[in-house]
Design a protein around this ligand. Structure first.
Ligand code: SAH
Length: 283
């Protein structure tokens, strides 16, 4: 078990769930075990479910490690639905990071520009929270899409009839995320147009394809941007970390009359949703 102070200090800029201020058994057991259970990832090399289509994107060893990562998340009760498991199995996390050897470890990793790819358990938690809003044909917006990993998972879930839109304000990250997606099982969605990644300030959302069934924000906002609520469909759900030093992952549901219900899911630590200049200065 790793004490929170150690985790917090080591992961200054990292997105992960904290072990302090939430009482959900899943989250609290996760926050400890997420950092303490690296070894079992590599001992869980088990049977493989793969369509022929997915196989072309993977080497046998990355298939096993990615599959083992998903199984570990299932064993900890973080991945609970078949749809999320299938999407995470299909999209090999290894092609989204430069250090492939650490790709399947449950930890955030630097991706340059003062930001990180979130830890697998945070990606999994957000996919689970949004799952009912990621059915085939639905529209999803991924704000702060970074490596493109989650955008790719979203695209696999909503399929060719749906739309998965990433918005990221660092042009170099958008360019590399497109390359990552091209090397992943989500490549066909990019080619055929149901998946796209744009350079932009995600605080404005992406009006072109609004309203969205699901909006995910991968960086912490001081407060919920109005544009994101406006671009949410009635019945839709926004998942967003909110706060500065102390942050909560908030789940915002838009009701049919346009009002919103907001619930705190868990305490988290994400990089800020900010201006490009402030991020590059490291503010
Ligand atoms: N979810 C992604 C990235 C998480 S890091 C992944 O796991 O790969 C947060 C991302 O948000 C970074 O890539 C950062 O550049 C981006 N970001 C921060 N503020 C932003 C803004 N105002 N508009 C768009 N992207 C932003």
């Amino acid at each position: 078990m790793i004490p929170f102070t150690l985790v917090a200090c080591n992961f200054r800029y990292y997105a992960h769930s904290s072990s302090l201020s939430h009482s959900s058994p899943i989250s609290s057991s996760l926050s400890h075990t997420a950092f303490a259970s690296i070894e079992p990832f590599f001992s869980l090399l088990t049977g493989i479910f793969l369509s022929q289509k997915m196989k072309q994107f993977w080497s046998p060893s990355s298939i096993n490690k990615n599959k083992a990562m998903v199984e570990n998340l299932q064993n900890h009760g973080i991945v609970t639905s078949d749809e999320v498991a299938k999407a995470m199995e299909a999209v090999d996390r290894g092609v989204f990071v430069t250090d492939r050897s650490s790709a399947y470890v449950d930890s955030p990793m630097s991706i340059g520009y003062n930001v990180t790819i979130s830890a697998p358990h945070m990606h999994a938690m957000c996919l689970q929270l949004l799952e009912k809003h990621l059915k085939p044909g639905m529209r999803v917006l991924d704000v702060g899409s970074g490596t493109g990993y989650l955008t790719a998972c979203f695209a696999v879930m909503v399929g060719t009839e749906g739309r998965a839109i990433g918005v990221e304000h660092i042009p170099e990250l958008v360019a590399s995320s497109v390359k990552n997606i091209e090397a992943s099982a989500a490549s066909p969605f990019l080619k055929e147009g149901s998946l796209a990644v744009h350079v932009g300030d995600g605080r404005q959302g992406w009006a072109e394809f609004a309203p969205y069934d699901a909006i995910h924000v991968g960086a912490a906002a001081p407060e919920i941007p109005e544009a994101l609520i406006d671009q949410l469909k009635p019945g839709g759900r926004l998942v967003i970390p909110v706060g500065n030093i102390f942050q909560d992952l908030q789940v915002v549901d838009k009701n049919s009359d346009g009002s919103v219900s907001i619930k705190d899911e868990t305490s988290v630590r994400y990089v800020p949703l900010t201006s490009r200049e402030a991020q590059l200065r490291g503010d």
